[in-house]
Design a protein around this ligand. Structure first.
Ligand code: SF4
Length: 119
């Protein structure tokens, strides 16, 4: 061990972190997947947001559910929310694939619930 105070300015504060899908943001070392709502299929029943209250919220503009965080509820509670969905539009997906799913969803034309279909 050295007593050189200049080392504090030379050593990296943290090692670079590489994502592997097992970070605490996913609920700990045992969860390697993330909850994903296909909002284009959601009918806005609110069931999932009533069960896994820290994971799913109802998006106010389109009135559809969205998974807003992955570490808010246990896997068991999230699975219970998934099981309540009447149209099966919530899935477990790989954490690394979330950005691709978001991009696919943004490419779709989604209308706010409660409005008549386009003619
Ligand atoms: Fe949408 Fe399914 Fe949640 Fe109902 S349970 S709000 S249909 S995602």
């Amino acid at each position: 061990m050295t007593n050189n105070p200049d080392l504090a300015f030379q050593v990296k504060a943290q090692e670079e972190i590489k994502r592997n899908g097992k970070e605490p943001v996913l609920g700990g070392q045992l969860r390697t997947k993330a909850a994903w709502v296909d909002e284009s299929l959601c009918i806005g029943c609110t069931y999932c947001s009533c069960v896994a209250t820290n994971t799913f919220v109802m998006e106010p503009i389109f009135g559809r559910a969205r998974a807003v965080r992955q570490d808010g509820d246990s896997s068991r509670v999230i699975q219970e929310a998934i099981d309540t969905c009447p149209v099966n539009c919530i899935d477990w997906v790989k954490f690394e694939d979330l950005d691709d799913f978001r991009a696919q969803l943004e490419a779709k034309s989604i209308r706010p619930l409660g409005l008549p279909p386009l003619m």
